[in-house]
Design a binder for this molecule. Sequence first.
Ligand code: ADP
Ligand code: MN
Ligand code: MN
Ligand code: MN
Ligand code: MN
Length: 364
Amino acid sequence: MATKESFKTYTENLKKYLDLDQRGKIMAEYVWIDAEGGTRSKSRTLDAKKSGVYTPEELPTWNFDGSSTGQAPGDNSDVYLKPVAVFPDPFRVNGGNIIVLSECWNADGTPNKFNNRHECAKLMETHASHKPWFGLEQEYTLLDLDDRPYGWPTNGFPAPQGPYYCGVGAGKVVQRDIVEAHYKCCLYAGIKISGTNAEVMPAQWEFQVGPCEGIEMGDHLWIARFLLSRVAEEFGAKVSFHPKPIPGDWNGAGLHSNFSTEEMRKEGGMKYIEEAIQKLSSRHKEHIAVYGENNELRLTGRHETGAIDSFTYGVANRGASIRIPRECAAKGYGYFEDRRPASNADPYNICGIMMETCFGAVKE
Ligand code: ADP
Ligand code: MN
Ligand code: MN
Ligand code: MN
Ligand code: MN
């Protein structure tokens, strides 16, 4: 089994090849979302563009074998990859190489079952005049190749929670190198990452992406997840997006979703925030249904969560479904935080239903 040390050697050896001339070609890494809520990717060679960078519209549609990813039946296995966003590739710097986020489409011209972006994009277009901003807080846990959280003793458990959140120092945090490398990769790729911190459970971390307007939120978060898995791969670590990686008295992992519209961000905005919360309260079940798998293990009403079967809100209340930040309540405008989404939720679903609940469905 590969160890963390052997992974280090692989990437050290790779370094001397990274600057080789590409003779007028670029590598394009097409990334898509799979049936398990993970990312997959494959590469192709394209001619380097004479000037500037490729737009998604200029890039070729591609395909993959959907029967190998649980995204299509074997007798009709082609799934199409439609480019929707382009980012500089932090793993292949020099040479103008790119990452190409792609939507999955079936051969019959319908969106693939796991293409949640398509519906979300329609909602964003319909309600674009509200200038919706999102900021998502992605929590995750770093596991070794035996699926044990890093830094946990082989037998038993670490000391109870307390020293780990925003912790500094040995014995409090582990794998900071992965977190730092990921942060840099996001900045290089132009992801609107807004920060990182160590979380409440040991080996648990968080990064935030936002504010992003409209569909950009899901695009940037998915690429940030892809980059994290890729960085961790090089360090020989696994990334778990499970909402309750360790049962018992340990914090789960969420995807807190901060949201505002132009009206909410202006003086008098609290009225619009309260209006939105009112609407959210009447569709609690519908939201929970798309806020991630196994979320019932996390939304217990303990460990800084609201219980899954009740909708609550409050100022500065981290045990509620919705939290209005203290500063926002004091100013009378700003944004609110939906604390219900699980770490494994699809950001397109979160942002999409937020728009639908606040402003209505798309009229066909
Ligand atoms: P918490 O205190 O809940 O841990 P964080 O600092 O981790 O909050 O995350 C706050 C998130 O809210 C960030 O991603 C930030 O970009 C986002 N955010 C800030 N202002 C707004 C706004 N007006 N609308 C939407 N999101 C916002
Ligand atoms: Mn083949
Ligand atoms: Mn946070
Ligand atoms: Mn957090
Ligand atoms: Mn939060």
